[in-house]
Design a binder for this molecule. Sequence first.
Ligand code: ZN
Length: 125
Amino acid sequence: MSEQRDEGFDEWMAAIDRGEGYALECPEGHGSLPPRRRCPECGDPDLERQPLPDGGSLDTFTRIHVATPEFADDAPYVVAIVDFGLVRLTGQLRDVEEPEVGMSVAVGVEERETKEEPLLVFRPA
Ligand SMILES: [Zn+2]
C-alpha cells in the first residue's frame, strides 16, 4: 500500500466503500488510480472515471506470517494483487483458506486490526 494519501485517495476509498469504485482512464486506454492529474503512462490530463467491475481476478498473493509492528495484530494475513481490467489493486484477502490465482473476488473497505485506518479488502465474489 502506498503511503501517499491525500484527499483524492480518501475520496476514492470512500467510493469503494459505497460500492462505487472506479478507475481513471485516459483516451489511450491506460488505467490509473486517484490521486492523478495526468495519465502515468502517457501524461494525458484527460482522465475519465470508469466504474470498476463487480469482481476482479486474483493475480498474485503472499501470505504474511510475521508482520511489522504496525500490522502485528493483523498477522497472519494474505496480501493480494487483483486484476480489475483497467487497474490492479493491492489489499488484504480475507475469508479464503486456499487462495488460487484466477479466482474471482470483490473489493471493499474495512479497518485494520492494528491501526484504525481504512484498508482495501478482497473477499470471494
Ligand atoms: Zn495514457
